[in-house]
Write a protein of this length. Structure first.
Length: 231
């Protein structure tokens, strides 16, 4: 990435943070419709992110509610009957999800006294985790100014800043998307979880792959692709 491209990304992400800060209350109004957003701690976010991978919020919600009631902490999850988890998580798809969740829980329980640590390096290395899950736990569960990037957020940044995103379908390895998200959350005026929820919800509900709802977008004044035909 060249210096000119970095500068373009930083300036555009700062403008996006300013726009999101102004619309934070309105944009975040419906966030508590999701059970993992009600008084979340690192454990609840940890569980939610494993469940949400490659599935929908609607599918994940009842499984999340059951799981955190049945296993209220990381060590009870580590001791779970894996066959039961496989059965209860089967509607979400993604073979191996239950095994990865239990393996990660066992690792945390064994090494961190039953508490999910607020450490990006540690979280990224857990079975089935990675940069997005680590950032989500840090931002939503620990209250830190941690960047997040998934496919939807990468698409959002690619439209706001044309040419910034080169790896739309492997966003965890895209330096432009991560630079944009880091700059954005550093300059967002307000709680970092709200700032990142605005990114997630805008990407999922507004900046759709086809026929984006540009008039509803909190970034419409800074988005370079707003008036173009988007595929």
């Amino acid at each position: 990435m060249g210096e000119a491209t970095e500068k373009k990304i930083v300036l555009a992400a700062r403008a996006a943070a300013k726009a999101a800060s102004r619309s934070a209350a309105e944009a975040h109004a419906g966030s508590e419709d999701y059970p993992w957003r009600k008084n979340p701690g690192p454990y609840e976010v940890f569980v939610a992110e494993y469940l949400l991978r490659k599935t929908t919020y609607k599918q994940a919600a009842p499984v999340f509610i059951w799981l955190v009631e049945e296993y209220p902490d990381i060590c009870s999850l580590a001791a779970a009957d894996e066959d039961l988890l496989v059965s209860r998580l089967k509607p979400l798809g993604l073979r191996g999800r239950a095994g990865l969740l239990v393996a990660a829980a066992r690792e945390v329980c064994r090494n961190h006294g039953g508490r999910v640590p607020c450490s990006r390096e540690y979280l990224e290395a857990l079975p089935g985790a990675g940069p997005y899950l680590a950032g989500a736990v840090l931002s939503f569960g620990c209250g830190e100014r941690a960047a997040i990037v998934d496919t939807g957020i990468a698409r959002l940044w690619g439209r706001i800043i044309p040419g910034a995103v080169k790896r739309l379908y492997s966003p965890h390895r895209d330096p432009g998307a991560w630079l944009a998200s880091r700059t954005y959350i550093e300059h967002f005026k307000g709680n970092p979880d709200v700032g990142n929820y605005i990114l997630l919800d805008t990407a999922r509900q507004v900046c759709l792959p086809k026929k984006p709802l540009c008039k509803q977008c909190p970034f419409k004044k800074t988005c370079k692709a707003r008036h173009k035909t988007l595929g």
